[in-house]
Design a protein around this ligand. Structure first.
Ligand code: PMP
Length: 408
């Protein structure tokens, strides 16, 4: 193991001091793994010291930004969707097959990375208001990127609908029979779409479909959930996570709840998302909708990756297991992101900040002595131009109070 290796290194050279007093091995594959895919999963779970001390609870964070391909929790999902499509004969490596996806960025980055590793092309459609560093990174990975104006899912030009339709057009122009995908484009969705790039008129177009593809929650059911159970030695009181597709919360809840019937599963929902009301009141609406604005519009928040105004197949898969929900404002998320840098040196993205606010609220609701687990989905470096530009620089000699964060 890493631990044994580092220990024998220390023995070899006894005069050399280890860099940290307590050199703890990252849990993970103890041997050499095959390719970048082997660096996905087995992420560390660590105690967020400041939030644990302040609440009297143990607040633990799953460091999903340490997944090795695209550096987010979406690595697990991308690998699962590709592997299941390969098993079903929908994708064949090095055959010119192209993976299409509609994504706020993270899933696209994971898919584009794994596409390169496995011999596919990637074509990613994302809303144009998401942080520019995500689409720049996609281009570096050799993906084709469509930044489309933000639009609700009911509109044809929504990024998800566009990816679905492009995949269908690609397959049609290749002369191959369409893959047995559950999400076929309607004739109306296909209209007005550009022809796929000439160089890509080979192989099939595969629409990964993270929102509806149940390979998504299964990746968390088979990976994140069992890892958490083992890391916690079977002792946790609450699991807190946001939902973008719903895959994380559903997959983890479906694994943990049968083993831990008393576990409280809490949805962390950003402002503008309809899921909070769905969990708390059983209906999907929010105040703006009641005032008569368009239904199911794009979620109005600076937070990227979580918050939706519909029940996706992946949220549906676990929604009965969600016990409670916390609504988090953009101001709270920005303040929490700054707090975690200031107090703990943890630099995270916007959805992780939302999760941490909800984790503190859950700790306060349950009372001291409980163990609360949440997810840090990606790093702050994916959010420099948008979320962190708003959050600003964390000053040198600051001493923020947690109450100011929670009341931001
Ligand atoms: N955080 C980020 C940054 C994401 O991109 C996503 C997925 N869109 C999530 C959290 C939410 O995960 P899930 O899709 O499993 O609900």
């Amino acid at each position: 193991t890493y631990k044994e290796l580092s220990r024998s290194k220390q023995d070899e050279n006894a005069t050399e001091q280890p860099r940290t007093k307590d050199l703890v091995a990252r849990p993970g594959p103890p041997t050499i793994v095959e390719g970048i895919e082997g660096c996905i999963g087995n992420t560390p779970l660590f105690r967020i010291k400041s939030l644990s001390d302040e609440t009297g609870c143990e607040i633990l964070a799953k460091a999903e930004f340490l997944n090795g391909a695209g550096q987010s929790s979406k690595d697990r999902v991308a690998l699962s969707m590709i592997e299941i499509a390969e098993e079903q004969g929908i994708l064949t490596p090095h055959s010119g097959d192209t993976i299409y996806e509609g994504t706020s960025g993270s899933t696209g980055i994971s898919l584009a990375t794994l596409a390169r590793a496995k011999g596919y092309l990637a074509h990613i459609c994302m809303p144009s208001d998401q942080a520019i560093e995500k689409s720049n990174l996609l281009l570096k990975l050799g993906a084709i990127v469509d930044r489309v104006p933000p639009a609700p899912i009911v509109e044809k030009d929504n990024f998800v609908n566009r990816a679905r339709a492009l995949a269908k057009t690609h397959t049609a122009s290749s002369g191959l029979s369409p893959p047995p995908s559950p999400s076929a484009a309607s004739a109306e969705e296909k209209a007005d779409l550009p022809e796929p790039d000439e160089s890509m008129k080979r192989g099939r177009g595969f629409f990964a479909d993270q929102f509806e593809n149940e390979a998504n929650w299964r990746a968390h059911y088979e990976g994140t959930g069992p890892e958490l159970y083992a890391q916690c030695d079977g002792r946790l009181d609450a699991f807190v996570a946001g939902a973008g597709t719903g895959g994380t919360i559903s997959g983890v809840a479906r694994f943990l709840k049968p083993l831990l019937p008393k576990l409280t599963v809490v949805l962390a929902d950003p402002q503008g998302s309809g899921l909070f009301n769905r969990v708390v009141y059983g209906v999907m609406f929010d105040l703006k909708e009641r005032e008569g604005t368009r239904r199911r519009r794009q979620v109005d928040t600076i937070v990227e990756g979580i918050g939706i105004n519909r029940v996706t197949a992946n949220f549906e898969a676990g929604k009965e297991l969600v016990d409670d929900a916390v609504r988090v404002t953009d101001a709270q998320a920005l303040a929490m992101a700054r707090w975690l840098v200031e107090k703990d040196g943890i630099f995270i993205g916007s959805s992780s900040a939302v999760n941490c606010i909800a984790a503190v609220k859950t700790a306060r609701k349950l009372g001291p002595g409980h163990r609360i687990v949440t997810v840090l989905s990606d790093s702050g470096s994916r959010h420099l131009s948008r979320f962190w530009a708003k959050a600003g620089d964390v000053g040198g000699a600051v001493d923020t109070k947690l109450e100011d964060v929670m009341n931001a």
